[in-house]
Design a protein around this ligand. Structure first.
Ligand code: PEP
Ligand code: MG
Length: 753
């Protein structure tokens, strides 16, 4: 960067800072800033456009354009050169703007006399806040140094906007972080909760973007980067040399590479020379990287961006002296808000004070969702990319996990309606507690066994509270996902044994490790599979990497300590796979016996039916399996070829679709022919109407989240299942795709609930 521009940009920043320090109102400040920039940049025009809403930009201050157009001139995102700079997040530098593609003439501003145009997005960590524009009569392109100076200024403006420095009259200038906002996402776990925001990775608000002493700032930056390097080295040391830790080591090696990157350092040093503080320099480079890489379709680059994000955040926390110990100051009614979160981080927070979780990304089947479900706290996924930047720690947040809605800083009327809803749900749960010890027996005397799904020891108390008969599905992934390395056999045996202890003699079906697809172990190399849900997962991994499967089976046998043991294999697609996996159980039983360990009193080995192919397996498969459990989440996605993780398609096909119900009925028939016990353990089993229809189709065992046991039991006890079956068969002939309408109508005719 040229020596002259260096000092100019420093001078410009200093003038800006001084003007911000003056005690003036928001609009006056903005006006003054445009004046200073135009003067220092020697341009006739300087204007600041800010977002009025997500799609509209408003001219909020100008030096050089018609002052009457301030707060009058608006444009949509993508419209004109200003709209394009905002939309693309890129600088637009045109020597002859009126003849540039997309130029929009705005007569009220009087700008037709200006040729050169440079629009620089004002953005904070990838979130657009507005556009800074300079224009001049002379047709000339702005130099790289001038554009750089404008970017530095835009960065400071972004920080000041964030701090509410321009709050004043006019809606576009309304303080951020004060108004109510509604975020719509998907439901990751039902339930409603009221609480206060706790940001998983709180943004560090840079209060001092401009600094006077570049030498001191550079020293601060260097000291912080050194601390960062030491902490990455420490993390690397703690990982150890075990081959199973190889992948985690690779990630940390990448971190170390970034932390030692000279070009990263050089760019930040340049920003400091230009007048930014160390914090602002870190943030500017983070923003630039997000802008460059954020939209990349290359997953490798996007992952590197996440590394850089993480390192930048750590660096900011070091620079601002903020603790790196998340969760230490968690409020008692915390709603965790994050872009995304891994299971280990979530488990670190603990269930105790968390009332709900809202994720900008995440997905229904993600690890975080599994933990949230295990804890039975409402979770919203795909809440859009604004909530982490809009919400502040301590803001009131209402989470409606049923509808996938998050109300941030809600109005009183919303709060009171929401509290009514919470009270109603509590009342309904109270009603179900009255039938807790009664069986789910229908009016015509058919009894359906209701079990619960679990994945953590902490959930076992629900066995008692919910009235479930046993654990129909114990997912064993969490103990693997939540660690930095493969858990040891003794550790697992201890956990499984405590699960059996906590179940107090009630049956527990342990499902062997179901990883792959979206459940990626942090220490296992992620294979770049084009279709991970159809890829190397679950039993396929278990059969190929026998060490882990055998170790898990040994842990289960030892955990049983002579008690009955029930094992189930996930994602079996053909008989051979089940046979091979079952043989492993026998081999391990033999081995354990030889080693002198006590064997389980009885061992039952079952398969999950999650792929349509298994429904058509040879009869011998059904004879061999001690039981079958229909994994409806996966089965439905493969039956309809609709990704359960994809918000666009996952709700497209109704579970009560005639084809799917007919298919389930056929599976039940095949199981009945060989007298193989069959149950259903996907999420749909916890939805009362779906559960009733499954029971009507012949299923006599369902496994669901504990909170669903009451509502499902309540409905089954109310109805005549034989009549329900006849009604569904009749409705199936109507030619309609789904029988839901008929079922609802029939239920209305069954009298009050
Ligand atoms: C299922 O697929 O229905 C199931 C219970 O397994 P998971 O949701 O863990 O894939
Ligand atoms: Mg499954």
């Amino acid at each position: 960067m040229a020596e002259q521009t260096e000092s100019e940009s420093r001078k410009l920043l200093r003038r800006l800072r001084d003007s911000l320090a003056e005690d003036s109102a928001g609009q006056a400040r903005l006006d003054h800033i445009t004046e200073i920039i135009a003067e220092e940049m020697r341009t006739e025009v300087c204007s600041i456009y800010l977002f009025r809403d997500a799609d509209t930009l408003e001219l909020c201050a100008t030096e050089g354009l018609n002052p009457d157009s301030v707060h009058q001139t608006r444009m949509r995102l993508g419209e004109g050169l200003v709209g394009r700079a905002a939309k693309t997040g890129q600088v637009i530098n045109e020597a002859d703007a009126p003849s540039a593609k997309g130029f929009r003439y705005m007569p009220e501003t009087g700008e037709e006399v200006f040729s050169a145009f440079c629009g620089v997005p004002i953005q904070r960590l990838g979130n657009g806040l507005g556009v800074l524009v300079v224009q001049s009569r002379e047709a000339r392109a702005f130099s790289d140094d001038e554009v750089y100076a404008l970017e530095v200024v835009a960065m400071v403006l972004a920080e000041m906007t964030e701090l509410g420095a321009f709050v004043g009259e006019g809606e576009a200038l309304r303080a951020r972080h004060t108004n109510p906002m509604l975020f719509r996402g998907g439901s990751g776990q039902e339930g409603v909760a009221e609480g206060h925001v706790y940001l998983h990775e709180p943004r560090v608000v840079v209060t001092n973007p401009v600094a006077d002493d570049p030498v001191a700032e550079s020293e601060r930056l260097n000291a912080a980067v050194n601390t960062l390097r030491v902490s990455v080295d420490d993390m690397l040391k703690s990982v150890g040399q075990d081959p199973v830790d190889k992948d985690q080591r690779e990630v940390l090696e990448a971190y170390r590479m970034f932390a030692n990157s000279r070009s990263w350092m050089r760019r930040m040093e340049e920003d400091i020379v230009a007048g930014l503080s160390a914090e602002a320099a870190v943030e500017k480079e983070q923003s630039t990287a997000r802008r460059r890489l954020g939209k990349s379709s290359d997953s490798y680059l996007r992952e590197r961006l996440q590394d850089l994000d993480d390192l930048s955040n750590r660096l900011l926390r070091i620079l601002t002296g903020q603790g790196t110990n998340p969760g230490a100051d968690l409020p008692d009614d915390a709603i965790l808000v994050a872009r995304n979160i891994g299971p280990a981080e979530l488990l670190d927070y603990g269930r105790g004070k968390l009332r709900g979780i809202v994720l900008e990304q995440g997905s229904v089947g993600s690890h975080a969702a599994i933990v949230a479900r295990a804890w039975a706290i409402p979770l919203i996924v795909h809440a859009g990319d604004q909530i982490t930047s809009e919400a502040l720690n301590g803001d009131l947040l209402l989470v409606d996990g049923d509808q996938g809605l998050a109300h941030l800083r809600p109005d009183d009327s919303i709060v009171s309606a929401f509290r009514d809803k919470i009270a109603m749900q509590a009342e309904a749960q109270e009603r179900y507690s009255n039938i807790r010890t009664l069986p789910a027996t229908s009016q015509d005397g058919i009894t359906v066994a209701l079990n619960m799904n679990a994945g953590l020891i902490a959930e076992l108390p629900s066995l008692e509270n919910s009235g479930a008969e046993g654990v129909g599905l114990f997912r064993t992934e969490l103990q693997f996902l939540a660690r930095a390395r493969v858990p040891r056999r003794a550790e697992l045996a201890g956990i499984y044994s405590r699960v059996l202890d906590a179940a107090g003699g009630k049956p527990v079906v342990f499902r062997t490790l179901d990883i792959g697809s979206d459940k990626v172990l942090p220490y296992m190399k992620r294979e770049d599979e084009p279709n991970p849900a159809l890829g190397w997962r679950a039993i396929r991994v278990g059969l190929d990497k026998r060490g882990v499967m055998r170790m898990q089976l040994q842990a289960l046998i030892r955990a049983a300590k002579g008690r009955p043991l029930t094992v189930m294999f996930p994602f079996v697609a053909q008989f051979e796979e089940f046979k091979a996996a079952r043989q492993h159980v026998f081999d391990e039983l033999d081995r354990e016996k030889k080693l002198g360990h006590v064997l389980p009193e009885k061992v039952e080995i079952g398969a999950m039916l999650e792929t349509p192919s298994l429904a058509f397996a040879p009869r011998q498969f059904f004879e061999m399996a001690d039981f079958i459990s229909i994994g409806g989440n996966d089965l439905k996605q493969f039956f309809f070829a609709a990704d359960r993780e994809n918000e666009r398609v996952r709700r497209r096909y109704d579970t009560l679709n005639v084809s799917f119900l007919t298919f389930l009925e056929q599976i039940v028939q095949r199981c009945n022919e060989t007298e193989t016990p069959v149950s259903f353990c996907g999420e749909d089993a916890g939805r009362p109407i779906e559960a009733m229809c499954f029971a009507a189709m012949g299923l006599r065992s369902l496994s669901m989240r504990p909170a669903s046991v009451g509502p499902v039991k309540h409905l089954i006890r109310r109805v005549d299942l034989s009549a329900a079956r006849d009604m569904i068969h009749e409705a199936s002939k109507s030619g309609e795709q789904s029988v839901r309408g008929h079922v609802m109508e029939w239920l209305r005719g069954q009298g009050p609930s």
